[in-house]
Design a protein around this ligand. Sequence first.
Ligand code: BES
Ligand code: MN
Ligand code: ZN
Length: 497
Amino acid sequence: MEFNVKHGAAETIKTGCLVVSINEARTLTGTAAHLDGICGGQISAAVKRGDITGKPGQTLMLFALPGISAERVLLIGSGKKPALGDRDYRKLLQKTVATLKDGGATDAVLTFSELSVQGRDLYARTRLAVETIRENLYQFDQFKSKKADKPRLKKCALWSADKADAAALKQAIAHGQAISDGTDLTRDLGNLPGNVCTPTYLAKEAKALAKQFKGTEVEVLEEKDMKALGMGSLLSVSAGSAEPAKLIRLSYQGTDASAQPHVLVGKGITFDTGGISLKPGSGMDEMKYDMCGAATVLGVFKAVVSLQLPINLTILVASAENMPSGTATKPGDIVTSMSGQTIEILNTDAEGRLVLCDALTYAERFKPASVVDIATLTGACIVALGSHTTGVLGNDDVLVDQLLNAGKQADDRGWQLPLFDEYQEQLDSPFADIANIGGPKAGTITAACFLSRFTKAYPWAHLDIAGTAWISGGKDKGATGRPVPLLTQYLLNQVQG
Ligand code: BES
Ligand code: MN
Ligand code: ZN
């Protein structure tokens, strides 16, 4: 979808469809009132007839209004509230996209710059609009013989009467498009089946990204390299699989080489059977999304690099397939991590932390400004926060607050869970330095406690995206692309703040 900016009197805009909001107050305001005056009262007449009252999500398409250059005018209800919340605003956009998608227009002009949304300036409203439109146009039909129809709508202009708004609108479009391109990549990777999206596939994807963008560098560590580095924990996860593990690094230099990089580490389990601690069969297909942390960091990388942000960014993808077999790791096995700490693997299904811990130790060598890991780490996080909110934990309150704030700004929210010392004891092992599970209580926290043993050298935070990365079951099943918006916002703030 192409987005651009339009100014000038609404009635003069040449477009397939001019989209105008009308609120539930009896009298028209803003652009609706202005156009009504020009077309001889046809809009107010429609309201009077009851064809549209302005209720949220109501739509009415009007054709060939006198004095108005647009071929169609789509009226859309914005409700009663003087300022919309993010959710109402997104619903309104969703409805707009659904209507335009099925309609005849190949381009549209949106006049939503005149809507007020609580706590959102023009830039934020516009960016949210771009992202919401893109989100609702996303399709994944690679494996369907019969592809979904392509929407006729190809171009969307964002209108504001005032030319002085141009800079804010243009920046919002650029940022929104980059974030959406990243999110789409993350969704595609998350939706790919485990027989296609293997650790080797992710490595290829990373190499392709490095080829596409200047200023980037890619490195793929093979199992023999990881063995030489002492990554016994990561390798214990791929031990049962025919697919070799990969540790992938992509670096982007957007500023002085001396500036410390921001490091993002993604969990890339391309399929999680649970290993010898086998998961139950029902719904196991969804464990192809256990690489969404990896998909997220690749998506964020794409967004940041395409915007050429003046920061240094390194992403690490710790990728393996977790399978049971004669060579698989068994409960009770003890392995030595790259950090030197020994781990008693009491449950082979707690494998995410096992691949992440070695990647987190490896991250030290990049002298990071901060490290954030992103992982579909625990079912317990879905119990605690459901699918709306990402779990956030960390050893540095400044970093945690930056992530929480970025989530609010990007409407991709997280919520902090505690990482108090008291929880650490749950990981005590009689045989090794640490156990890989901490019992039934506070599963998300003890998983983060495990990671915290490997992140003492830098400010670190952990995002548990088991709930937010994926929509389960039902017809809307699939990857969401979250938290690409949160993380890209966090990195945008490193530039601006
Ligand atoms: N990938 C899962 C976590 C998960 C579960 C993500 C459901 C999304 C939906 C992770 O590897 C896992 O299996 N975690 C275990 C940990 C337990 C064995 C301590 C879990 O959450 O049950
Ligand atoms: Mn698991
Ligand atoms: Zn897993």
